[in-house]
Design a protein around this ligand. Structure first.
Ligand SMILES: Nc1nc2c(ncn2[C@@H]2O[C@H](COP(=O)(O)OP(=O)(O)OP(=O)(O)O)[C@@H](O)[C@H]2O)c(=O)[nH]1
Ligand SMILES: [Zn+2]
Length: 357
């Protein structure tokens, strides 16, 4: 009898080879279940890792190529690469998508990025810290179906980071808060839970809060600023054209697109409801279904404020965010309409946003 000793030997090289490119780029069952085995061999999946003016750079298993732009694809999308008709590649259903409305006529929806798993909402422990802004970004992430994480940088500069952490934690009980000095080793360890292999992350926040510093910390380099590709645009100004996913040593993919940094609140009604879920729940107990929580009798929201259970400023911020969203989401025609209520609300929002940033 021959005995099988194979269990005593180390695994064969073949079984420990690195994951396939698509796994490294975040391929997972959510996408796999959208395609048949036939699709898989005829039109292999590939991820859009970079968008530039004349095409989309895609990477898959044994595929790395630039294809013509597809009207409904953006950075982060998975496409089924059709070699014979590259300009007709199918875009797979997304796990998440960030969009915005273009300025100007038509206010068409523009896709910013797809299939982001985690949005790191970055602010610093100093005068940049602003609860209303955090709520706005968290609402955007919820709306886009992205996991938000609040990152407080410059904890080394503030003798008292604790009050900032407490306030950030009050934004939503669903959103973790991590504080750090973005310049050292801390980011790698503290962001690790969201930065595993194939995870796609993005940094959102105002200028100067440390987004590039954090990106460099994950990359283990200080190359982000210097690597930015800049093109002269028609007006002779320098604008960055880079919209790309880059892989970092931990195996996660960091999205770097200027559009992510300048997000407006648009079409985010349900994201706002999620951030203010406590107020939404209370509203359902108001006597009137359309209660404005103003002077109406039987208002559960005002009762909670009077009882000290919620802060009046939180109600004010909820209203402002809803108004801002309604304004930004309105079509041009709606904006021009003579609807007095909308006009009044728009003026109020414009006035308050001038004060804000
Ligand atoms: N002391 C300290 N400085 C930091 C920290 N994070 C960032 N900085 C510094 O703050 C400055 C701005 O950081 P950036 O990473 O360029 O900020 P950014 O968010 O990428 O800014 P934009 O590119 O303008 O959007 C740099 O000089 C950083 O070194 C931190 O945690 N502690
Ligand atoms: Zn009410």
């Amino acid at each position: 009898m021959t005995r099988d000793y194979s269990d005593f030997f180390p695994p064969q090289a073949a079984t420990i080879r690195p994951p396939s490119p698509i796994k490294q780029y975040g391929w997972e069952p959510f996408f796999a279940q959208q395609i048949s085995v036939d699709d898989l061999s005829a039109t292999p999946p590939a991820r859009v890792v970079e968008v530039h003016r004349n095409g989309l750079h895609i990477i898959g298993d044994e595929v790395e190529i630039t294809i013509p732009p597809l009207p409904d694809a953006t950075v982060g999308d998975w496409v089924l690469y059709d070699q014979s008709r590259p300009n007709a590649c199918r875009v797979l259903t997304r796990k998440s998508v960030v969009k915005r409305r273009a300025a100007g006529t038509g206010r068409k929806i523009q896709l910013i990025a797809a299939n982001i798993d985690t949005a790191f909402i970055v602010t610093s422990c100093n005068q940049d810290f602003n609860v209303a802004r955090l709520e706005r970004y968290v609402a955007l992430a919820f709306e886009a179906e992205i996991t938000p994480v609040i990152v407080l940088t410059k904890s080394d500069l503030s003798p008292m980071a604790e009050p900032y952490i407490t306030q950030a934690a009050e934004v939503s009980s669903w959103v973790p808060v991590v504080a750090m000095d973005a310049r050292g080793e801390e980011p790698l360890a503290k962001l690790a839970p969201w930065c595993g292999r194939g995870q796609t992350v993005a940094f959102i926040g105002s200028s100067g809060v440390g987004k590039s510093t954090l990106t460099n910390a994950l990359s283990g380099t200080d190359s982000v600023d210097t690597q930015t590709i800049r093109d002269d645009d028609a007006k002779g100004r320098h604008t960055t054209t880079r919209r790309q996913l880059h892989r970092v040593p931990s195996g996660c993919l960091v999205l770097d697109t200027p559009g992510m940094r300048e997000l407006q609140l648009t079409d985010a009604a349900s994201g706002i409801e999620d951030v203010f879920a406590d107020l939404v729940a209370l509203s359902s107990e108001c006597r009137f279904g359309d209660c404005q929580h103003d002077t109406e009798p039987g208002c559960a929201v005002r009762a909670a404020i009077e009882a000290g259970a919620i802060d009046a400023s939180r109600l004010a911020r909820w209203r402002k965010l809803k108004a801002e969203d309604a304004f930004n989401s309105a079509s041009l025609a709606e904006r021009k309409s003579k609807d007095k209520a909308l006009g009044k609300m728009i003026r109020a929002v414009q006035k308050s946003s001038k004060k804000r940033d």
